[in-house]
Design a protein around this ligand. Sequence first.
Ligand code: FES
Ligand SMILES: [Fe+2]
Length: 474
Amino acid sequence: MTEAHAQDNPEARREVPFKVVERDRIDARRYYDQGFYDREVEHLWPHVWQMACRLEEIPERGDFVEYTNVGKSVIVVRNGDGGVSAFHNACRHRGVQVAQDRGNVRNGFVCPFHGWCYDLDGVNTFVYSPDHFRDANLDPVELNLKPCRVDTWGGCAFINHDDDAPPLRESLEPFATAMDAFNAHEMRIEWAESCLLPVNWRLALGAFLEGYHVLTTHPELIPAGTRGKEKYEASRPGVAHASRYSGTADARSQVDNYLLYLRNLNEGNKGMVDRRELAIAESLRDVELPSDETAGRDFTHKVYEALTEWSAETGVPMPDFNHIIENNIPAGTWYAFPNYFLQPIFGSAPQYRVRPLGPELTLFDVWALTPYAPGEAPPVPPTPTPMAPDDERWPLIPSQDFANLPKQQLGLHAAGFEYMRLAEGVEGMVSNVERLVDGYLAGADKEQLARAVQHVTGRIGHVDMHTNEFLDLG
Ligand code: FES
Ligand SMILES: [Fe+2]
C-alpha cells in the first residue's frame, strides 16, 4: 500500500509492532527490535524536521555541511544569494557523493569521480565529453542536484525529506516561541562533542525527557538541606529561579544554594550557565535582600538586571528578561520532536541532537552555545570525533546520564523484563513521544500528527499522559 493510501484511509493503517497500548507501559522490544527500527527509518525519519547544522558553520558563500542520518546524506550550503540551500548528496552521473563533512566550495561542487560540476544552486555546469551520452540521459533538469527541503530557525538549518510535511516553524511550536524569548538565534558554538552510545536513540532521548532521575543520578543539583517532598520539588528539572529554594532556609542560604546550583550547571553541564553569567551572579552574593521567602526570587531578578546591564555595556546579547518574566516562560530543558533539545537558563544553552546508527547504537551530539559581542565569536570547532560515554572529558552532568544508558539498554534484554512502567506525571513525556512515534509508523492522518507534534514539543516537566487521547495514534 502506498503512503498516501495509508494516510487517507484509516482502515489502511499499518500495523505497529509492540505499540503502546497502556500509556504507562512501554514494551522493551521497541528499543532493540530490528523490524521496529526499520519502520522508523521508513516511516518516521523521512517526514520530520531534522536539525542539520548551525548557521555559524556556513557563514560564507560556498560553506557547506554534510548532514547524515539513517543512511541519507544531505548537503546544506550557503548559496550564491547568501541564503541556505540543501541537496541530496549524490552526483547525477553515477551517484558519488559530491561533498563530505564540512568545507567550502566557493566555485561549486566538483564530483571526484568523472569531474561533473554543479554550482551553489545545484545546477549542473559541466559534463565531461557529453557526446558520449544518449540525449535522453542529458536532460538538463535531470542533471541538477536534487534539492532537499530546508528552512532555518534559531541559528540552525533544518531539513525535511517530505515536501508535504507542515512548515518548520509550525512543527517547532511552542518550543520555537519560548526559545526565541531566550534568544536562541543569538547563540554561537563555544564547544562541540559527540557521544557514541550503545543504546537505542529513543532510550537516549528518554534520559532527558524527565526530571524524576535527577534525585538519584545528579545529586549535585539538589540543594543542601532539602528533605522529602521538598527534595523532589527541588529536583524538578530546569527551574533556575532561586524561588525553588524558598522555605528551605534563611535568605542567605537560599542565595548560597542558588549560586551553588548555578556553579554546578556551569562546571557540570557545559553551556547551561556560561562562566561570564556565573561570575555576574556570584558578584551579587552580598546584595541586600528581603529576609522572607521572596529572597530567592528577588535575587534572581537582580541577576537578570545585572546581566541586562552587562549586555548593554559589552554588546553581548542577552534575552529580554522582562519579557520572559511577564510571559512566565520557564528556563530549563526544552524538547523539539523528534531529536532536538535546548536548555537555556540565562542567555546560553546546551544543544543536543540524537541520531540513530542502528537499533542499539546512537550518536548523541552535544554543543555548548553562548552569545558573543559582534565579531567576538570564536572559530567554529571541527566536527567532533565521537567519544565513549565514559570518556573523562565529558562534563559531570552528561557523564552521569551517559553512565546509566548502556546499563539500561542491557537490562531491557533481561529475561522477564517485558515493559517499562512509567510514572504518570513526571514520566508522561516518555509515553507521549513513544505514542507519537507509533502514529508515524501507523501512517496516521497528517493533521493529527501535526497537532500531536506540537503537543509533545515543549518543556520537560510534568506532562499528563491521560488527557491526550489524540496521541493514541498507533
Ligand atoms: S559519478 Fe560524478 S562525475 Fe561520475
Ligand atoms: Fe540527567
